[in-house]
Design a binder for this molecule. Structure first.
Ligand code: RFL
Ligand code: PHB
Length: 388
């Protein structure tokens, strides 16, 4: 097989890259090691920044998002038993939208297949070669046959555990890493919404977050040990913990738990995000702790810039924008890292903290809740920094 851009991974990064390239008249093929059903059912992110919502709508894959997405004007912070509203629309004139990542994935897969962009699901043994030549290749097995795609460029959109980043020769990339001494236990439940906004709760027992997927489906998380086994938690124990951490202010509607799991928390950045003709985008290049809700948004921002650099190359034959890809996207990546780290350190309890640290966290929360300048900083970052 031959294509212009071979893409590895059918997550938000790979699918959006293929979508933007198609609109620019550039061919691509996606290879994905999971099934279509698995990709469409994987429950993950839910919060979309204002510019990303606009991009999904403007590029023709936002119809369902417009109808079903829940627009949010801000968030609520809960500490010392009181709820404080931070209204982004008033502070920075932008909001956020709750629309599950798997819904974005479904909309993109549907649109790509309707336009004849090949997505090869359930491939195995993916490998890349000839990255530093003009004809890099993707090798894999599909339908029991060994296959190869020759490409002009490869989009490494295969997530944190993919093969693209480890395929770059040793010493060509630098990694920046931080692990946090806790994780999040997350549930999806068939239960009525607690509030019209998301609630980030700072509590003596640890952080908790209330978010939602629809008027009848809620998503809730609470801080737990990094190696916590979700199986050790009965549904009753989960609801009790959430009630203690969130329920001080409002009664917590409960219901059947549809899904539960533990997410470890880390910050990670690769520099540069390219090697030869391989370009990394999304979680394959960087990971943020979910407290700032930035992961999927960063993946979309990377591929928007990458698709523009590729379009520039095919139009002019000039490499300059492709050469400058990492330098163009990394400042946004680092600002999202800083914000996600800040939200995480503001709201969680750490193993060796003392009473001074807790007082300092409450003072900072109080500052955000009462100072327009501080609230504006949160709002500007949370609703999404300008993309251009
Ligand atoms: P993905 O989504 O991991 O997709 C990578 C795809 O590559 C495939 N793959 C391979 N395919 C072929 N060959 C191989 N060798 C392959 N290896 C892997 C995988 O099967 C997969 O389909 O990465 P992508 O596209 O970069 O997207 C990143 C986002 O998924 C991620 O950043 C977000 O989910 C993070 N995140 C959040 N982001 C937000 O913007 N807002 C949020 O509210 C938010 N909440 C969250 C989150 C992530 C969470 N977890 C579970 C990590 C909440 C949670 C709990
Ligand atoms: C979600 O809706 O899953 C979500 C929202 C905000 C976060 C993390 C996750 O900070």
């Amino acid at each position: 097989m031959r294509t212009q851009v071979g893409i590895i991974g059918a997550g938000p990064a790979g699918l959006m890259l293929a979508h933007l390239l198609r609109r620019a008249g550039i061919e691509s093929i996606i290879v994905e090691n999971r099934s279509r059903e698995y990709c469409e059912a994987r429950v993950r992110a839910g919060l979309i920044e204002q510019w990303a919502r606009d991009m999904l709508i403007e590029t023709g894959v936002g119809e369902r998002l417009k109808a079903e997405g829940l627009f949010h004007k801000g968030i609520k912070l809960q500490f010392d038993g009181v709820l404080h509203e931070i209204k982004f629309t008033e502070l920075v004139g932008k909001g956020t939208t709750i629309y599950g990542q798997q819904e974005v994935v479904k909309d993109l897969i549907d649109d790509l297949l309707r336009h004849g962009v090949p997505i090869l699901f359930e491939v195995s043994g993916t490998r890349v070669s000839d990255l530093d030549t003009k004809l890099p290749k993707i090798h894999f097995t599909h339908d029991g046959k060994a296959q190869q795609i020759e490409c002009d460029f490869i989009g490494g959109c295969d997530g944190f555990h993919g093969i693209c980043r480890p395929s770059v020769p040793d010493g060509k990339l630098t990694f920046y890493d931080r692990e946090y001494p806790f994780g999040w236990l997350g549930i999806l439940s068939e239960s009525a919404n607690v509030d019209e906004e998301l609630i980030y709760s700072y509590h003596d027992r640890g952080f908790a977050l209330y978010t939602q997927r629809s008027p009848t489906v809620s998503r809730l998380y609470f801080q737990c040990a990094p190696d916590e086994d979700a199986g050790n938690w009965t549904d009753e124990a989960i609801w009790e913990e959430l009630r203690l951490r969130l329920g001080g202010v409002c009664p917590l509607p409960t219901g059947p738990i549809l899904q539960k799991g533990v997410t470890p928390m880390r910050s990670f950045v690769t520099e540069p995000m390219q090697y030869g003709r391989l370009f990394l985008a999304g979680d394959s290049a960087h990971i943020v702790p979910p407290t700032g809700a930035k992961g999927m948004n960063l993946a979309l921002a990377d591929v928007l810039k990458l698709s523009r650099a590729l379009a520039h190359f095919y139009k002019t034959g000039q490499h300059d924008r492709l050469d400058g890809y990492s330098a163009e996207v990394l400042p946004r990546v680092w600002k999202a890292q800083r914000f996600s780290w800040w939200m995480t350190s503001l709201l969680h309890h750490f193993p060796h903290e003392n009473a001074f640290d807790r007082r300092r966290q409450v003072a900072e929360l109080d500052y955000v809740a009462t100072s327009r300048a501080a609230a504006m900083t949160l709002a500007e970052n949370y609703a999404g920094l300008p993309i251009d």
